[in-house]
Design a binder for this molecule. Structure first.
Ligand code: ADP
Ligand code: MG
Ligand code: ZN
Length: 476
């Protein structure tokens, strides 16, 4: 019988922090910008320049560390990781090896209802490198240091994951925590979240870890899933043929959907780490840590439960609305203003998420005045606008934050609630259709719908169907 293999995966995830300035200087962290405009002597590695630590970076690291149930090193320090590469102007990266700020935590994930804890080995602070821009026509390379010195957190898991689904669940959960905390926007495509996948295989039942490879350049969940499946197959094939898995770094090629060996894996000793003499040790007081603990937000699970209890939402709705803290905030504002939580949920989840998907936007990008959606919901409730038109107004609220009453007025969408106009229309329709009225009286209930239609037509669709029905019943 063929041997059964188990996949073993550990992740090293880099998250770019959304601080306004870089980790060791005052330069902007803004994405893009003309090459080398967000730079200074510090982040371009000029001799004689000295780094000064950005306190916000430590604050963000602590917030995420607490959310990941980590132990905190209240006395930590920075180390130099030495390597030569043109995107690394100092010839060393300031990172943490000996005393990382956080260690020994865990992240709980759920895959098809199964809960599982993935242990976090450590989390440390470091600086990002610049970017090389290869000019194929000129046969030359240019370097842009705008990204050099942008703060990063590296989160290193234990090799606790077994499937691609678990890896995706881990990354999604980590992304959600970062976004709830506001420490990073975690966009894989823009590189503000980057995952290196360490993978080995071993015979089912074996306790010993196999030799692993590390895959880089994975910038979508799809690429990660494919890379895991491909690498698992490749390693099993090697072992089946009694060949060896070489410990190396492999680069994923998204177009070819395959990976290739990039370099043999460096060890810590290759980097000749030593404590950075330009930076003082970081001392985190008990008081600051306590303060940050108190400031932790209500995270997704708690909020999901509260939404069910406080607003009577189904579990499904509460789960979806709380995937994004921003969407959940909008929901709460509108639900409170309108007094119609379920209707609010329906608008946001149905039309709202559909429109976002259509435009390729994230819930984080929604920015409209909560009163506007609340006013629209109340207008529908009071029969002042029909549902079809309300959908158009909703789209305009999402797009241009229009004020519904004014917009409805301007576009003639307001349902006429004036009873006189409605009764006149009803009487006219009855007078114009004596035959139909007769049929109705002789028991042909079906024709009633026709009469409703006629009245709606006279009212140019701006009447509330419920009211039309009522008026017709009263007069016929
Ligand atoms: P390095 O710092 O040299 O990259 P580490 O031992 O710190 O190596 O591990 C890096 C990552 O690789 C961690 O996420 C860890 O869980 C994972 N890892 C280590 N050994 C294995 C293995 N045999 N199989 C799968 N993942 C592994
Ligand atoms: Mg590593
Ligand atoms: Zn700078």
């Amino acid at each position: 019988m063929a041997k059964q293999y188990e996949t073993v995966i550990g992740l090293e995830v880099h998250v770019e922090l959304s601080t306004a300035t870089k980790i060791f200087c005052g330069c902007s962290t803004k994405f893009g910008g003309r090459p080398n405009t967000h730079t200074c002597p510090v982040c371009t590695g000029m001799p004689g320049s000295l780094p000064v630590l950005n306190k916000k970076v430590v604050e963000y690291a602590l917030k995420l560390g607490l959310a990941l149930n980590c132990q905190i090193n209240q006395n930590c320090q920075f180390d130099r990781k030495n390597y030569f590469y043109p995107d690394n102007p100092q010839n060393y990266q300031i990172s943490q090896l000996y005393l990382p700020i956080c260690h020994d935590g865990y992240l709980e994930i759920a895959v098809s209802g199964e809960k599982k804890k993935v242990r976090i080995h450590e989390m440390h602070m470091e600086e990002d490198a610049g970017k090389l821009v290869h000019d194929e026509w000129e046969d030359s390379s240019l370097v842009d240091y705008n990204r050099s010195g942008v703060p990063l957190l590296e989160i290193v898991s234990e090799p606790d994951m077994r499937t691609a689904d678990e890896v995706i669940a881990y990354l999604e959960k980590l992304r959600m925590l970062c976004r709830y905390l506001g420490v990073s926007d975690c966009k894989l495509q823009e590189g503000s979240m980057r995952a290196d996948v360490n993978l080995s295989v071993r015979e089912v039942g074996s306790q010993k870890l196999g030799t692993r490879t590390e895959m880089k350049n994975l910038n979508s969940f799809k690429a990660i899933t494919h890379a895991i499946e491909g690498e698992r197959e490749r390693q099993i094939e090697l072992l089946t043929e009694h060949r060896e898995v070489v410990q190396e770094t492999r680069r994923w090629d998204d177009n070819k959907e395959s990976s290739y060996g990039m370099r043999s894996k460096e060890d810590a000793k290759d980097y000749r780490y030593f404590p950075d003499p330009d930076l003082q040790p970081v001392v985190i007081s008990d008081a600051w840590l306590e303060e940050l603990r108190d400031l932790q937000p209500e995270f997704q699970e708690e909020r999901e439960k509260r939404f069910q209890k406080e607003y009577g939402l189904p579990e499904y709705d509460a789960g979806i609305l709380t995937q994004s803290r921003h969407l959940a905030d909008i929901f709460e504002d509108v639900a409170r203003l309108s007094g119609h939580p379920k209707k609010t949920a329906n608008w946001l989840m149905g039309e709202g998420l559909r429109i976002l998907k259509e435009k390729g936007m994230e819930p984080e990008e929604l920015s409209f005045t909560p009163e506007h959606l609340s006013d629209l919901i109340l207008a529908v409730e009071h029969g002042e606008i029909n549902h079809g038109n309300a959908r158009l107004v909703f789209e305009q609220i999402l797009e241009a934050d229009v004020e519904p009453a004014a917009y409805m007025e301007e576009h003639g969408m307001k349902v006429i609630t004036d009873d006189d106009a409605l009764l006149t229309a009803v009487d006219e329709v009855l007078a114009e259709n004596p035959k139909v009225v007769e049929e109705f009286h002789s028991g042909k209930e079906k024709v009633f719908g026709f009469l409703v239609g006629q009245v709606m037509k006279k009212m140019k669709g701006k009447a509330d169907p419920g009211k039309v029905n009522e008026a017709l019943r009263g007069r016929i």
